[in-house]
Design a protein around this ligand. Structure first.
Ligand code: NAD
Length: 289
C-alpha cells in the first residue's frame, strides 16, 4: 500500500481563506477588524520565526496584528502588566504569548492571566474545561487542526481505535480528548514516556497521532496496514525538518499520512486565525456569520 498524502498546506489555505472571508464580513457589518496581539519575550530564533509566521498569516487574512517584543531579562511582574493591559484593550481580540518563556517566569501564572475570552491558543484552564465538557470556546490550535484535517480528508473516526503518543497540555492531552468526544467517537489510547511497549499499541491503531518530539521514533513496521498516520512532530536534523514518524517506510503501510513539513504545521496557524476571528465575533457581540 502507498499512502495518500494529506496535504496540510492546501487544507490550511482553505481554512485561512475562510477566516479572511469571515473577517471581511465582520468588518463590513460592524467595522471591527480581528486583532491578534502577540507577545515575544527573549531572543529565541525559532520563537521569533513562529511569531513572524503568525503575523504574516494575520496580515494576509486582513486581520490586524501587533507584536510586543520584550527583552529576555523581562521580569514576571512586567509581563503580567502587559498581559493585563492587553486584556483591558478593547481593540485587541486575541492574545498569544509565545512559548517557551525565559527561565524565571512562571508560564502557568502568565497563561492563567490571559482573559479567557481572548485566549485564542485555548490554554486557559477555563477554556480547557469547556473543551473537556464538549462545549468549546476555543480549541487548542494544533489538535483542532488535526481534527479539521481528518474531517476534510473524509477520514472516519467513529468506532476507530486512535492511539496518541505524547501527553502535553498543548498537543497530546487535548488531542486525545477531542478524538474521544461525542461526534468524533474514537476509542482512544494515550501513550507517553512511561508507557510500556508502545510498539504494540501502535500496531493496534487505526489512527495514530505521534506528538512526542523524537525524530522518526515511529517505525514503518509498527504501523497497522491501512492505518491513518498523523505526524505532529517537528524536529530539526541539520537543516532538515523531520517528524516523529519514519515517513517513507510508514507511507508504504499506511492508507493516509501527513508529511513533515507541509502537514500539521500549517494547520496550527490556520486554526489560530479561526480562533481569533471567533474571539472578535464574540467580543463584538456580532453573532451573524
Ligand atoms: P512536549 O515535550 O511538551 O511533550 C512530549 C510528550 O511526549 C510528553 O508527554 C512525553 O510523555 C511524551 N514522550 C516523550 N518521550 C517519549 C517516548 N520515548 N515515548 C513515548 N512518549 C514520549 O512536546 P509537545 O509540545 O507536545 O510537542 C511534541 C512535538 O510536536 C514536538 O516535536 C513539537 O515540535 C511538535 N509540535 C508541532 C506543532 C505543529 O504545529 N505541528 C505544534 C506543537 C508541537
Amino acid at each position: 500500500m502507498t499512502a495518500t498524502v494529506i496535504d496540510g498546506k492546501q487544507i490550511a489555505e482553505q481554512t485561512r481563506a475562510e477566516a479572511a472571508a469571515g473577517a471581511l464580513a465582520l468588518s463590513t457589518r460592524t467595522g471591527v477588524i480581528p486583532h491578534l496581539a502577540a507577545v515575544l519575550v527573549g531572543e529565541d530564533p525559532a520563537s521569533a520565526v513562529y511569531v513572524r509566521n503568525k503575523q504574516i498569516a494575520c496580515e494576509k487574512a486582513g486581520f490586524k496584528s501587533t507584536l510586543h517584543r520584550l527583552p529576555a531579562n523581562t521580569g514576571q511582574a512586567e509581563l503580567l502588566t502587559l498581559v493585563q493591559a492587553l486584556n483591558a484593550d478593547a481593540d485587541v481580540h486575541g492574545i498569544l504569548v509565545q512559548l517557551p518563556l525565559p527561565k524565571g517566569i512562571d508560564t502557568t501564572l502568565i497563561l492563567d492571566a490571559i482573559l479567557p475570552a481572548k485566549d485564542v491558543d485555548g490554554f486557559h484552564p477555563e477554556n480547557v474545561g469547556l473543551m473537556q465538557q464538549g462545549r468549546p470556546r476555543f480549541l487548542p490550535c494544533t489538535p483542532a487542526g488535526v481534527m479539521r484535517m481528518l474531517k476534510v480528508s473524509g477520514i472516519e473516526t467513529a468506532g476507530k481505535h486512535a492511539v496518541v503518543i505524547g501527553r502535553s497540555d498543548i498537543v497530546g492531552k487535548p488531542m486525545a480528548a477531542l478524538l474521544g468526544q461525542k461526534g468524533a467517537d474514537a476509542t482512544v489510547t494515550l501513550c507517553h514516556s512511561r508507557t510500556q511497549d508502545i510498539r504494540a499499541f501502535c500496531r493496534e491503531a487505526d489512527i495514530l497521532v505521534a506528538a512526542l518530539g523524537i525524530p522518526q521514533f515511529v517505525k514503518g513496521d509498527w504501523i497497522k496496514p491501512g492505518a491513518v498516520v498523523i505526524d505532529v512532530g517537528i524536529n530539526r536534523i541539520g537543516d532538515k525538518l523531520v517528524g516523529d514518524v519514519d515517513y517513507l517506510p510508514a507511507a508504504q503501510v499506511a492508507s493516509a499520512i501527513t508529511p513533515v513539513p507541509g502537514g500539521v504545521g500549517p494547520m496550527t496557524i490556520a486554526m489560530l486565525l479561526a480562533n481569533t476571528l471567533q474571539a472578535a465575533i464574540n467580543l463584538s457581540g456580532s453573532d451573524a456569520r
